[in-house]
Design a protein around this ligand. Structure first.
Ligand code: GTR
Length: 418
């Protein structure tokens, strides 16, 4: 009864949690170490793959929503796309570039999805999907790519929180020629078109995704990371209708807060075949029970970025041992699908050793499902890719998603998506 919480989960025959009375965060039992992912909160053991896939997953998804990321948006998805332009001979004929205006739910303004497809491939191709920080126009200097009009965080190419033409092609984070050159497509959208990354700013689909009835208990209100993950899911809805995209080979990718988003998106949607959270740290691949003094803590992240999470999460800030789960269980929700954690030695804030421990602790669930998880027992040397189904890589250098990092993602993708 180690993880007994004062709540009852009422499961319908459809295996969906219908109602839950959760313990207040301060009353959850203290668990100083990572909770056993194969033991339910009420103390029952998951011993068969069916236990896990039919019950374990849905119980955990409930806990993550209630205590950490907030409710999955309840708005009904209704995805339709309008092609804004297509250039079949971009990049000297190597890439077909398209941009779509994709409506994600009825009556909402569209999100703009840039799709780069490799030319000369027969049949549908494996595809990365990820949100970007700076607008689709910063990925390429192609003049037809739209400049977003939504609120944007300050940068030298942003004026009064709005993107400008000076930003065309400035981002090095999404090397389109490298990605397509290895036979992959990339689909991306500006994250601020889904929900602005500032609690004080309205825009995107915020009013629809984060709205809660006034009578509701606000503790598990939808946070921004959950909203962005919902947006990624809708992009997947759209991609599955694009004939050039191999719908069985869609990988979620993202950097930092958008890496947290990519991992959460994979945990909540089995159509995502592989997850690539880059240097995502606390709230993503990094443990909440943190032992690295240089790493970001739950206290710090919920103070600096409360809007990313459900309000409940901040109530664990002074005592993370009371969290009924840790991030290894978010990875376990992705099982048996592959995940690659990528880190940088100078980015201790994102907790490279803690991320390694998270993969180790997720491994029992992979084994329950009949596959190997992390196949390494010691922390690897710099640049030594552990390419097992739960993969890990740490390189020298700083917090960034660089073209060199993409070579590693593509090597891992070649192994697990081909
Ligand atoms: C930092 C934050 C991290 C990480 C990063 C980013 O300020 O503390 O959790 O998400 O921002 O997204 O760039």
């Amino acid at each position: 009864m180690r993880r007994l919480l004062l709540f009852t989960l009422v499961l319908t025959t459809m295996n969906v949690t219908a109602a839950a009375d959760y313990a207040e965060p301060e009353k959850c039992p203290r668990l100083p170490n990572f909770p056993d992912p194969l033991t339910t909160p009420s103390g029952k053991k998951w011993t068969t793959p069916a236990d896990w896939t039919q019950q374990g997953r849905s119980e955990l998804r409930e806990l993550f929503q209630h205590y950490m990321y907030g409710r999955y948006p309840t708005v009904k998805p209704a995805v339709s796309a309008q092609l804004l332009f297509e250039d079949p001979s971009a990049y000297h004929g190597k890439i077909t570039l398209r941009e779509y205006a994709v409506t994600l739910a009825k009556g909402t303004q569209p999100v703009h999805v840039l799709l780069a497809l490799p030319n000369g491939r027969s049949g549908p191709v494996p595809t990365f999907v990820g949100l970007n920080f700076t607008g689709n126009h910063t990925l390429t200097d192609h003049p037809k790519v739209r400049i977003p009009t939504e609120w944007m965080r300050p940068s030298p190419v942003v004026q009064k929180n709005r993107a400008t033409a000076a930003g065309r092609g400035v981002s090095h984070r999404w090397p389109l020629e490298t990605i397509t050159g290895r036979g992959y497509a990339l689909a991306t959208a500006y994250y601020g078109e889904i929900v602005p990354d500032d609690a004080k700013v309205d825009g995107g689909l915020k009013a629809v995704l984060m709205a809660r009835p006034a009578t509701d208990v606000p503790g598990d209100a939808t946070g921004a990371i959950m909203s962005w993950a919902w947006g990624l899911h809708r992009m997947v809805d759209h991609l599955t209708t694009v004939p050039e995209v191999d719908a069985k080979k869609i990988a979620a990718v993202g950097h930092s807060r958008l890496g947290k988003t990519a991992l959460l998106a994979a945990a909540f949607d089995e159509r995502i075949a592989v997850a690539f959270p880059s240097q995502s740290g606390c709230g993503g691949a990094g443990p909440s029970r943190n032992h690295n003094p240089k790493a970001e803590t739950v206290k710090r992240i919920t103070t600096a970025f409360p809007h990313w999470f459900a309000p409940n999460f901040s109530r664990f800030a002074d005592d993370t041992a009371r969290l009924p789960f840790d991030q290894h269980e978010l990875v376990a929700l992705v099982a048996p699908r592959p995940v690659l954690f990528t880190c940088a030695t100078e980015d201790q804030w994102a907790n490279p050793p803690g991320q390694f421990e998270v993969l180790q602790a997720a491994t029992p669930v992979y084994r329950l499902l009949g596959v190997e998880g992390l196949q390494a027992t010691t922390f690897p040397a710099e640049n030594q890719l552990i390419a097992s189904r739960l993969g890990y890589w740490v390189r020298p250098g700083k917090h960034d998603m660089s073209p060199a990092d993409w070579q590693t993602y593509l090597t891992f993708a070649d192994q697990w998506l081909r």
